[in-house]
Design a protein around this ligand. Structure first.
Ligand code: HC1
Ligand code: SF4
Length: 560
């Protein structure tokens, strides 16, 4: 640590951090719009200037200036405040001029039309998952940095246009670009100018028409939804979330973690078959739909490497529409199924061709964690503490700790290894935790001994890292001798999904991840292939993993 002085008070802070973080650690407020601890600082909004004793007038940007030993910083001087308020006024004026419609008087029809045009000009509604409504843009460039730096995609640009400051790089809109619908732009957007496509109307209609309203909830939602109600990141809200869904109109709530266990049965079986057949290697996981978008758009040569498994949400949905619909004596179309997901790209996934049959789709609607909290709030749920806890419905409510791990980077790999090892070797794993595939390193590698055969695996998260690894494998298919790769498009995996609650907490992803591993550690059932409800589903309906029926319902193909 080094010693600095902040508003006259001595302070010890870690070396190498920027001034804004030092201020935050000391509880001193510095205004900013463009700064986010996980993005490269660019000093775009100009609100965070602070005075440094001995430095030239005009101050320095607190977001992009590092602390130095002996630095004497002032955030409370008149010039600091004047500069911040000037920066804020400039911004407000630009936004006001863009939103002139809000102050338009009872004007002529032509004028109203003109104003309507002004307020919708530059809107981009071409994508199924992501929309741009630039009138709310504060020109902070957080979305463009997320898309370019974290994801390595770079399909958003800030322009000089006051009406449409944020746009897709493709004139025809986001859908024509290489956008993978990961939603990282929406997570970092402070205003909602770029957001998930959101419409509750079909859910309202389904409730009004008397359908059976069913939800499934992804692994990563339960460690994040509490944030939407003011709780600390990482708070485990599993039973609260189920209770809140029941209060908010859902008749049945199933657990996507059950679908994750099902995926492991199928994917583990597929891995063992490929190991026996000698390839094609590396096999690559297929449950992350933003990764599938990336693969189909930019890496179609890897399509043969993809696991043929549908994602857990899709597998569970297929079971709901067939096995479960029959069990409760309903037609598949009597059910309205909503997937509650940390992810925006899941909105793309549900319209894929194989996710439905005979004139209906398996999943009717995807709500992100943020959206479902808004839905709950609209239904009158305000206080998380006042929500009654409830359990998932069965049979798709029982799940293993391995299924839970899907929510964090490395989790699909760990779950698959637990099952593939035991199913393939007939031996019992002594240590279930695979530490080498856990954590936030961009590309992780491990070698696991399958009864004398070394199996080489890699885990990669954040699309920019995915691209790096795939470029290496493309250049040399034998790169690292990999048998199996887990790919997640978002930093940290689904816990960092683009549909998760927005947060400026620099450790938010770590806190959610810790809870994912805690949930697994506290379970007695920690292996997917030992889930009793799942085994029951196989014996009564699916037959064996990889069976004809399983292929028909649970597997798919990809398009180049
Ligand atoms: Fe995910 Fe998955 S883990 S993709 O990250 O395979 O979204 O949480 O639901 O389907 O299970 C997301 C999370 C989620 C699927 C599972
Ligand atoms: Fe970029 Fe992802 Fe946003 Fe698309 S969804 S614009 S790829 S950050």
């Amino acid at each position: 640590p080094i010693e600095i002085s902040l508003n006259g008070t001595p302070l010890r802070v870690p070396e190498g951090i920027n001034i804004i973080e030092a201020c935050r650690q000391a509880g001193v407020y510095v205004p900013t719009i463009c700064y986010h601890p996980r993005l490269k600082a660019v000093g775009k909004c100009g609100m965070c200037t602070v005075d440094i004793e001995g430095a030239p007038e005009g101050g320095v940007l607190a977001c992009s200036t590092k602390v130095q030993a002996g630095m004497r910083i002032r955030t409370d001087s008149m010039p600091v405040k004047a500069r911040a308020s000037a920066a804020i006024s400039r911004l407000i004026n630009r936004i006001r001029s863009r939103n002139a419609i809000d102050v338009a008087p009872q004007a002529s029809r032509d004028f109203a039309d003109l104003m309507h045009w002004a307020s919708t000009s530059g809107n981009d509604h071409t994508s199924h998952s992501i929309q741009i409504n630039p009138k709310d843009c504060v020109e902070c460039s957080r979305c463009t940095r997320a898309c370019r730096d974290l994801q390595g995609i770079g399909v958003l640009k800030l322009t000089d246009s006051n009406l449409a400051p944020i746009q897709s790089t493709e004139a025809a809109g986001l859908a024509s670009s290489s956008c993978i619908s990961c939603g990282q732009c929406t997570f970092y957007c402070p205003t909602g100018a770029i957001s998930e496509v959101s419409d509750f109307a079909p859910l309202r209609q389904a409730i009004a028409s008397g359908k059976v309203i069913v939800a499934q909830t992804a692994p990563a939602t339960r460690v994040a939804i509490g944030e939407m109600f003011g709780l600390e990141p990482g708070t485990v809200s599993t039973r609260k979330m189920v209770g809140a869904l029941k209060e908010a109109g859902f008749h049945f709530v199933f657990d996507t973690n059950f679908g994750a266990d099902l995926t492991i049965m199928e994917e583990g079986t597929e891995l063992l078959a490929r190991l026996k057949a000698g390839g094609p290697f590396p096999m690559i996981t297929s449950c992350c739909p933003a990764w599938i978008n990336l693969c189909e758009k930019l890496y179609p040569d890897f399509i043969p490497n993809l696991s043929t498994c549908k994602s857990p949400q899709a597998m569970l949905a297929a079971v709901v529409r067939t096995y479960w619909a029959e069990a409760i004596g309903k037609q598949p179309s009597d059910i309205f199924l909503v997937s509650v997901m940390p992810c925006t790209a899941k909105k793309d996934e549900i319209i894929r061709q194989d996710l439905g049959r005979e004139g209906y789709r398996d999943v009717d609607m995807v709500l992100t964690t943020r959206e479902v909290a808004r839905w709950m709030q609209e239904q009158g749920i305000r206080e998380w503490a006042a929500v009654s806890e409830a359990d998932y419905d069965n049979p798709m409510g029982e799940s293993s700790g391995a299924g839970m791990l899907f929510g964090a980077t490395g989790g699909v790999m760990e779950a698959a290894l637990r099952s593939a090892f035991e199913m393939g070797t007939g031996q019992r794993l002594e240590k279930l935790d695979f530490q080498s595939v856990r954590g936030f390193q961009g590309i992780k590698q491990a070698t696991i001994d399958f009864d004398g055969r070394p199996i080489k695996v890699a885990v990669v998260h954040a699309a920019a890292n995915v691209r790096k690894l795939l470029e290496a494998v493309r250049a040399d298919p034998g790169h690292l001798g990999l048998h199996f790769i887990e790919v997640m498009a978002c930093t940290g995996g689904c816990i960092g999904g683009g549909g998760q609650p927005k947060s400026n907490d620099p450790l938010v992803l770590e806190k959610r991840t810790r809870s994912v591993y805690e949930i697994d550690a506290q379970k007695t059932l920690r292996r997917s292939h030992e889930n009793p409800s799942l085994l029951n589903l196989y014996s009564h309906f699916l037959g064996r993993p990889g069976s004809h029926k399983a292929h028909e319902l649970l597997h798919t193909h990809y398009q180049d």
